[in-house]
Design a protein around this ligand. Structure first.
Ligand SMILES: Nc1ncnc2c1ncn2[C@@H]1O[C@H](COP(=O)(O)OP(=O)(O)OP(=O)(O)O)[C@@H](O)[C@H]1O
Ligand SMILES: [Mg+2]
Length: 405
């Protein structure tokens, strides 16, 4: 829309007393013509200003109703496939249904094939989404290696071996599987109580391999727009396919793969759709090449059994709470950098911490260090550990969640 032009100058009439009557008449006539022309010009401008006002008013109305619609209804996500003269062909995410729908000329102007839009139940385009959500898939890729390696994990030798066998070997020596004539596992599921080292283990794998490591938390896959979670899952797998060999790590998978609940709210349906997309990506896996998938959960009991079928998460690795020996190793790891007094007996401490998870042991070490600092010492003693233990047990009994360091 153009800006309004400035108003024309007022014409001047110059009458000289020396002028003859006919000269005056000519000058007046000329002035009259000028004034008439300007009058017409102003009338035109007024007309276009009114037109513009009407346009703007209808745009305001459009925006208001768009705003209302956005506020009140739940929207679906779709991609623009094609634009015709005044319609658009959309493909809905989630169900892949294609629809041809009308759009206002204002929206039509802004749309391009490939754009993502939010639509309502009657397929009317409500808003155009910016590209930011697409960039999110790219952001999942981890370029920097986590600083964790297997030496940082205590008491999980068996689990480490299993993970390496199921995740690393298929990527580094696929011929082993070919020679024997078996398919490598598709997905590995780490499950066990909170704070036992599941995430740690996945990070160590990432550190160990040269494969691209792509991490996503289950909760990040639960999205606001219908179809968006499924889309993210697709993005996740296509990113992995582009960057193979690759490892996809879905932490806290229970967020999208819990047993179907009875309630029929649209939020649940959306989570279901996201899970279905994950299953279908895993089922179509053979053609995908060198991709391994790891998932982790501390709610194994809640998982929908569908995700455990062969060809999906078909390798279950339990990560249990550490035993005596495991606890001692974990304590050793977490006190590695600490200035310990000679009297500190980690073996004894391991016996006294029955039922502690790795995370709780890590926090015990930090707490003990805090006691030494509070006391103005640089050396951490057995007494500090005893006090820390007491504090943690008291916190625990009081139901305070233990801080994770
Ligand atoms: N086996 C272990 N060896 C060494 N440290 C451990 C171990 N397990 C847990 N930890 C410590 O606890 C922290 C949390 O562990 P991690 O995040 O791996 O737990 P998780 O099993 O993924 O728990 P959640 O189920 O709650 O996600 C780690 O960063 C580490 O400091
Ligand atoms: Mg975890």
């Amino acid at each position: 829309m153009s800006h309004s032009p400035s108003l024309p100058d007022r014409p001047t009439l110059e009458l000289d007393p020396e002028m003859s009557d006919s000269e005056r008449l000519a000058a007046l006539r000329e002035h009259y013509v000028d004034v008439a022309r300007i009058h017409e010009e102003l009338a035109n401008q007024l007309e276009s200003a009114k037109q513009r006002q009407a346009d703007l008013r209808s745009e305001v109305t459009d925006l208001q109703s768009e705003n209302e619609a956005l506020k009140t209804s739940s929207l679906y996500l779709a991609t623009v496939e094609e634009l015709t003269d005044d319609q658009v062909l959309l493909k809905q995410h989630g169900n892949n249904q294609e629809v041809l729908t009308d759009v206002s000329p204002r929206l039509h102007e802004r749309l391009e094939a490939g754009d993502r839009v939010a639509i309502n139940d009657s397929f009317a385009v409500q808003t155009v989404l910016d590209a930011e959500t697409d960039a999110r898939a790219q952001a999942m890729e981890i370029t920097e290696r986590p600083e964790v390696d297997y030496g940082y994990i205590g008491g999980l030798e068996e689990q480490i071996r299993e993970v390496r066998e199921a995740v690393e070997d298929p990527l580094t020596s696929p011929e082993k599987f070919e020679q024997v004539g078996i398919e490598p596992p598709t997905g590995v599921l780490l499950h066990g109580p909170p704070g036992t080292g599941k995430t740690l283990l996945a990070k160590a794998v990432a550190n160990q391999t040269d494969a691209t490591f792509i991490k996503m938390a289950g909760s990040e896959l639960v999205q606001k727009f219908i179809g968006e979670g499924a889309r993210l899952v697709r993005d996740l797998f296509s990113l992995a396919a582009e960057r193979e060999p690759a490892i996809i790590f879905i932490d806290e998978i229970d967020a999208i793969a819990s047993k179907r609940t009875e309630s029929k709210t649209s939020g649940d349906a959306e989570v279901q759709r996201t899970m279905m997309q994950l299953l279908s990506e895993m089922d179509g896996f053979e053609e995908r090449g060198d991709i391994s998938i790891i998932a982790a959960t501390n709610r194994f009991d809640m998982l929908d059994r569908a995700i455990l079928r062969p060809g999906r998460f078909d390798r279950l690795i339990e990560v249990p709470e550490p035993d005596d020996e495991g606890r001692e190793q974990i304590l050793r790891i977490h006190t590695r950098g600490m200035n310990l007094a000679d009297d500190v007996g980690l073996e004894r401490l391991a016996e006294d911490t029955e039922g502690f998870s790795g995370a709780e042991l890590a926090s015990l070490a930090t707490e003990a260090g805090m006691f030494a600092i509070r006391d103005g010492r640089t050396v951490v003693t057995q007494e500090d550990f005893a006090e820390a233990l007491e504090k943690i047990q008291a916190d625990d009994a009081a139901g305070t969640p233990i801080a994770f360091y």
